[in-house]
Design a protein around this ligand. Structure first.
Ligand code: NAD
Length: 270
């Protein structure tokens, strides 16, 4: 589905990849409803949109709150007249600890935001998308959704859920007007660890300074996601890390898991 002239709702539009997606969709001539829990983040996205902000609406919402999500379509159609697309980008990571040391509140929070949040928005918007001549859903999973990343086990569980939800929707909706794309980013240069409340800004800066892991810029990730929607891609892998691990984990799942364990083990508490 081409972005030009369409109305697209983007969760996580207040930061990182979601913000870049909002700005690029606006530049392509789309109308955008940016959804985020962060009022400040949305205000900054609107500021960055400049003159394009006349085609932007911002909606402060916690996607774990089903009733609040269900109120969105009427707010969006009141402002834009229609909804043609949904990009589920909002997400959080878990604290970098082993499953055995992860408390239930952290487990529930990650599954609530990443999986339930995506289920809420998708269930809520799908009937509206089915009413359009052409529509599209893009769900952001993760490399951690097809590969076991130690220290991010429950994050991976939530993202594997998003992967399967999206792939199954692709099949269920194949005969309809709604295209479906799943996205697997590798490491993207955003502030997700701080935004997820798992490290402080100072800790994040220290980690970034000492790491030589190659990351992808969020603007590049957003462009690949939008290209994926416009080309009706089945799946989009972002970054050489996600592309390589996607191939390797299908060729040799156990060796791929061992490789990622080796890369991650220094980050884990001993
Ligand atoms: N950054 C990476 O390395 C990376 C890698 C793989 C996948 N991803 C995925 O990409 C997506 C975007 O991540 P990002 O790196 O841009 O992170 P980010 O922290 O920059 O942006 C995420 C946004 O989601 C919002 N959000 C969080 N909880 C929410 C809630 N309950 N309701 C509404 N909004 C909420 C945040 O306020 C934030 O604006 C996430 O789903 C993430 O899991 C990121």
């Amino acid at each position: 589905m081409r972005a030009q002239g369409k109305t697209i709702a983007v969760t996580g539009g207040g930061n990182g990849i979601g913000r870049e997606a909002v700005l690029q969709l606006l530049s392509k001539g789309a109308r955008v409803a940016a959804l985020d829990i962060s009022d400040e983040g949305l205000a900054e996205t609107a500021r960055l949109a400049g003159a394009n902000a006349e085609r932007l609406s911002t909606h402060v919402v916690n996607i774990t709150d089903r009733a609040a999500v269900e109120a969105l379509p009427s707010a969006i159609t009141d402002r834009h007249g229609q909804i043609d697309g949904l990009m589920n980008v909002a997400g959080i990571i878990q604290p970098f600890v082993l499953f055995n040391d992860l408390d239930y509140s952290a487990i529930e929070r990650v599954i609530d935001v990443n999986l339930w949040g995506t289920i809420h928005t998708t269930k809520t918007f799908l009937p509206h998308l089915l009413d359009r001549p052409e529509a599209h859903i893009v769900n952001v999973s993760s490399m951690g959704g097809f590969l076991p990343v130690p220290g991010q086990t429950i994050y991976g569980v939530s993202k594997a859920g998003v992967k399967l939800l999206t792939e199954a929707l692709h099949s269920e909706l194949a005969a309809t007007n709604v295209g479906v794309t799943v996205v697997f980013p590798g490491a993207i240069k955003t502030n997700i660890s701080v935004n997820s409340g798992v490290v402080t800004q100072a800790e994040a800066e220290k980690q970034a300074a000492s790491s030589n892991y190659k990351t992808t810029e969020p603007a590049v990730a957003a462009q690949m996601i939008i290209d994926g929607m416009e080309q009706n891609a089945y799946r989009v892998r972002i970054g050489s890390d996600a592309t390589f691990m996607d191939r390797f984990s299908r060729l040799s799942p156990k060796r791929a898991a061992a490789l990622i364990y080796k890369q991650m083990k220094d980050l884990l508490p001993s």
